[in-house]
Design a protein around this ligand. Structure first.
Ligand SMILES: Cc1ncc(COP(=O)(O)O)c(C=O)c1O
Length: 440
């Protein structure tokens, strides 16, 4: 029998010889039966190096909001490439991009650019500390803010506020308090007078696409104001995805600072911190040093400007469509999988969702820990065999270019994959991999 993933397996073996673990990011390792190597992506589809085609709902862990290789972005980037890759100096596009961010994101009067979400989160904390003259930060259990030490504690999949990885500096997070989310009393207790900022994913996408309880965000807004702490929305996922102006626009709560990444660059590495003028003045005045060789690199800035322009010009079309696609996809996963013997819960808002193998609703961090991560891993593997690519721990993303044909193909694939996964459930599993799935 031919091995459907033979070339990916060989590629992974080759990579492992000199690329630690054979993957460039630990979160790619849990993919089964092997981390797939891709040859190309176009629109809603990916093709792997074995020639297998997939409808893609992983979208590079979120950034490909306009699909793979979107024309508008490629055209702009090609033009930019012809005139220079990087100057390490000022250029026209960075100012236009800053204007676009401040025009579209409600809290943004001023912004700065970095390359990744983790970096931008780090910059936001620095700005908040400088602006308040305080040191402590409050984050929430089950929220994810990137890989850097201070906030890489209490991430999704962890029971408590422990570290995400070996090698973390415990001192880096010694001034971080981890609170349960959706618990106002716990937040009140955590808001001591040395708290510089409260940071959260306003929709807890990484931890299960969990929504804030009714009234919770406005109460948090009030409590932070009363405590003299800044409110930071980490909109690395929700920015430009949940609405043009992100979760803050969709949910109607204005943070002091917001962090953007992923979809903003349509696949190019660029991120931003934006916010209230008086707070961002810390950077403008030079008091806070914000640096980075690649900050607002012209190629990435051009991609981001093209992406935001496309989203802005066709917002009336794109955002209702993302909502519709996201809703239909969630429905397909829920109904087809459950009917075929894999009970699935899907939490979804707009163009993103999180699926869990669970017979009961998943509405809190504790609920997510009770879901069957191993069963979802098996289902994701079976989906791959059926030509549907998803993130093996449950996140689901749609792009503006997914279409009805994709969804119909997905419907059949989900039903067949769920039947296969139900049959595989009795098989023994490799513990190392599943621990990794459960962690992320
Ligand atoms: C909400 C959130 N914040 C920050 C980050 C870190 O972004 P990056 O991986 O670009 O460093 C991520 C990455 O998944 C994220 O989901």
């Amino acid at each position: 029998m031919t091995d459907r993933y033979g070339r990916s397996r060989a590629q992974h073996e080759r990579a492992r010889r000199h690329l630690a673990g054979g993957v460039a990011t630990a979160y790619r390792a849990p993919q089964r039966p092997v981390p797939i190597s891709f040859a190309s992506g176009s629109g809603s589809r990916l093709t792997d190096i074995d020639g297998n085609g997939y409808v893609d709902y992983a979208l590079a862990f979120g950034p490909m909001l306009l699909g793979h290789s979107p024309d508008a972005v490629l055209r702009a980037v090609h033009e930019q490439l012809a005139t220079g890759i990087g100057y390490g100096a000022c250029h026209r596009v960075e100012a236009e991009l800053a204007e676009a961010v401040c025009r579209t994101v409600p809290c943004a009067d001023l912004c700065v650019f970095s390359s990744t979400g983790s970096e931008a989160v780090h910059a936001a904390l620095r700005i908040a500390r400088a602006a308040t003259g305080r040191n402590r930060v409050v984050k929430f259990l089950g929220h994810f803010h990137g890989w850097l030490d201070p906030l890489a504690i209490g991430i999704p999949g962890l029971k408590d506020a422990g570290p995400a990885t070996a090698g973390q500096d415990p001192l880096a997070s010694s001034a971080v308090t981890v609170c349960p989310w959706n618990d106002l009393d716990a937040l009140r207790a955590a808001l001591s007078d040395d708290v510089a900022a409260v940071i959260m994913e306003p929709l807890a996408v990484n931890g299960g696409c969990l929504s804030a309880a009714p009234g919770y965000l406005s109460q948090v807004r009030q409590l932070t104001e009363q405590a003299g702490a800044l409110l930071i929305f980490d909109e690395v996922i929700t920015g430009f995805r949940l609405a043009l102006g992100g979760a803050q626009e969709r949910l109607g709560i204005l943070p002091d600072l917001a962090v953007l990444g992923k979809a903003m660059g349509a696949g190019f590495p660029i991120s931003a911190v934006c916010g209230r003028r008086d707070v961002m003045e810390e950077v403008a005045s030079g008091r806070v040093k914000h640096v980075g060789t690649f900050n607002a690199n012209p190629v990435c800035a051009t991609a981001a400007l093209a992406a935001i322009s496309e989203l802005e010009q066709r917002a009336d079309e794109h955002y209702p469509r993302l909502e519709e696609l996201g809703g239909t996809l969630a429905d397909i996963f829920r109904t087809e999988a459950t009917e075929a013997g894999v009970p699935l819960v899907v939490n979804q808002l707009g163009g993103m969702g999180h699926a869990f193998c669970s017979a009961a609703p998943v509405e809190s961090h504790d609920d997510t820990l009770g879901a069957d991560a191993d069963a979802y891993g098996k289902f994701a593997e079976a989906l791959l065999d059926e030509g549907v690519h998803v993130i093996s721990r449950g996140l689901l993303y749609v792009s503006t270019v997914h279409d009805d044909a994709d969804l119909e193909q997905t419907r059949g694939a989900v039903a067949r994959a769920a039947a296969t996964a139900a049959a595989r459930r009795a098989e023994p599993t490799s513990p190392g991999r599943h621990a990794a799935v459960a962690r992320r």
